[in-house]
Ligand binder design. Structure first.
Ligand code: G4P
Length: 530
């Protein structure tokens, strides 16, 4: 038993979030370099292939039968077993990107030092904040001319509303970027040339009080560093592990993923500061990953297999407690019966690998004959508890769906419901008009293409999508709210979901606030609870 506990305590399961091009892929690759998984950076996930994959989704899906972007990388470093969850970005940004964050215990936020906080980072950060998970900031591309360091911190604090605490501080930027200063150790860490990031490189560590520092970084840089540290010590929040654990303080690190500068020191600090698998709430109270000896997991993502001949799917689950054995039989709480988890696999970049064992904190994919839904619980515990569901995230694009051939209503309804159950799209209906027309909402526009493609290929149904101008959706939290009497703005539309729950659509963001002001006590939410 203690072995299982030890295995779980070693786990560090986190997501890397960033705006496209901030350096998420490069940083992940460098973690693998230090983890000894690859010898030369770039050999696991060729940039060209990755970019191609996102821009040419269908070809790749057809070829491989699975999304190349849905990967979990597992490797070992410094006694830890690390699971990195990839959050799909670019054009394949979708609800799955958000759901992935539900399976992580913490997040690394990569920010481009020349750009600061960008749109996608803001959206992903909101989900982390909702879960109160620790968020660590890596300010990347310091080898290029970056914004003023204090301005960058200000930007994060103002844009995201989280205080920051720099753990280290950059020494110069652009061509002059030499290393970082470790505030706690009061040491300067200088990096050697890494042949454009292809080798791990060496680190020279010198105490700031050592007279040698002047010669090493130059008098000018030394003078500036001294001033900045003084200013920083007076102005920034102190490091507080409790606040970090609660997601109320973000430790900040500086570096360049491309040249490996500051990557390993970040990895080491981060692993020491981040959390082992966290407890999760269930209908039987909080389940501790180590105290609960039985296996338990929840499904956070369902990936349809594009192979037309086998309409099978893969359910990705986060193991929350206990040990997983290949082929084990577990109780599917929502389905009310025992199921055998077959073909368990882990994703390594674009490759799938069969596994025999996994532990709390790990992510596995299993064959799904079409019985699982997002948020479902699987367990061997006699208690048969169910984990708290996964919220529905606000779609930002909406379209009305029409069938070309109305005779195929049955296939159409079956197909669209199936695709919605997998969580690729959300479906809604007009509120109180009696019209049966379906409105589809998606987080990323690529999902419209996916819907069209899959209905045609798997269900032989042609559809026409008519884009709607709405960009914002809100769930009504208070059940007693009388939807018939809500006085909204002229751009507001009332709809309902499949469970009959009312929702509001808006074209403009300001209309949300105005509607709230006009209707005393109305509570609107960006997340739909199951
Ligand atoms: P993403 O996954 O967040 O989308 O970003 P990715 O790692 O793919 O990086 C985007 C671009 O930024 C890449 O350049 C990458 O080489 C570059 N990059 C990443 N980290 C750093 C860094 O620390 N410093 C500098 N200067 N550049 C960095 P690209 O030209 O799009 O691709 P490539 O042809 O160079 O591979």
């Amino acid at each position: 038993m203690s072995d299982i506990k030890t295995e779980i305590r070693k786990r560090r399961t986190f997501a890397i979030i960033s705006h496209p091009d901030a350096g998420k892929t490069t940083l992940t690759e460098k973690f693998l370099l230090y983890g000894g998984v690859i010898n030369t950076a770039g050999s696991v996930k060729g940039k060209a292939t990755a970019k191609h994959a996102v821009s040419d989704w269908m070809e790749i899906e057809k070829e491989r039968g699975i999304s190349v972007t849905s990967s979990v990388l597992q490797f070992r470093y410094g006694g830890y077993c690390i699971n990195i969850l990839d959050t799909p970005g670019h054009q394949d940004f979708s609800e799955d990107t958000y759901r992935t964050l539900m399976a992580a215990d913490s997040a690394v936020m990569v920010i481009d030092g020349s750009k600061g906080v960008e749109a996608q980072t803001r959206k992903l950060f909101k989900v982390c904040a909702m879960r109160h998970i620790p968020v660590f900031t890596f300010i990347n591309k310091m080898d290029r001319d970056a914004k003023d360091t204090f301005d960058l911190l200000d930007d994060i604090e103002k844009e995201l509303g989280i205080p920051t605490c720099p753990v280290n501080w950059p020494i110069g930027s652009g061509k002059e970027f030499k290393g970082v200063y470790d505030r706690e150790k009061r040491e300067v860490e200088l990096f050697s040339d890494t042949r454009k990031g292809t080798s791990a490189g060496e680190v020279q560590t010198v105490s700031i009080d050592d007279g040698e520092v002047d010669a090493l970084i130059g008098e000018e840089a030394r003078a500036l560093l001294t001033e900045e540290i003084e200013l920083l010590d007076g102005a920034s929040a102190e490091f507080d592990q409790d606040l970090v654990d609660k997601g109320e303080l973000s430790p900040v690190f500086f570096g360049s993923a491309l040249t490996n500068f500051g990557v390993e020191t970040f990895l080491q600090h981060f692993l020491a500061m981040t959390t082992s698998p966290l407890p999760r709430m269930s209908d039987h109270g909080e389940i501790d990953p180590v105290e609960e000896k039985d296996f338990s997991a929840f499904v956070f993502k369902i990936q349809a297999n594009m192979n037309k001949a086998h309409r099978d799917r893969i359910a990705f689950m986060r193991i929350c407690s206990g040990e997983f054995d290949a082929g084990m039989t577990v109780y599917h709480v929502q389905g009310g019966k025992d199921v055998r988890l077959s073909q368990p696999q882990q994703m390594m970049a674009s490759e799938r690998k069969m596994i025999d064992k996994a532990y709390g904190g790990d992510i596995i994919g299993v064959f799904d004959p079409g019985i699982f839904s997002i948020g479902d619980t699987l367990t061997t515990s006699k208690e048969k508890f169910a984990y708290e569901g996964i919220p529905t995230f606000a779609p930002e694009h909406f379209a009305r769906v029409r069938q070309v051939d109305t005779m195929k209503r049955k296939q159409f309804v079956k197909g669209i419901n199936q695709i919605a159950q997998e969580g690729a799209i959300q479906i809604f209906q007009e509120y109180n008009t009696g019209m049966e027309e379906i409105i589809v909402g998606v987080v990323g526009v690529l999902q419209f293409d996916v819907l069209e493609y899959r209905l045609k290929n798997e269900y032989n149904v042609d559809i026409i999508l008519e884009n709607l101008p709405y960009e914002h959706i809100r769930w009504i939290e208070n059940k007693e709210a009388d939807l018939d009497h809500i006085s909204g703005t002229s751009d507001m539309k009332k709809i309902k979901d499949l469970k009959g729950r009312p929702l509001l659509l808006f074209i403009h963001e300001w209309s949300i606030r105005m509607t709230q002001e006009r209707n005393d006590g109305l509570v609107l939410s960006e997340f739909g609870r199951s």
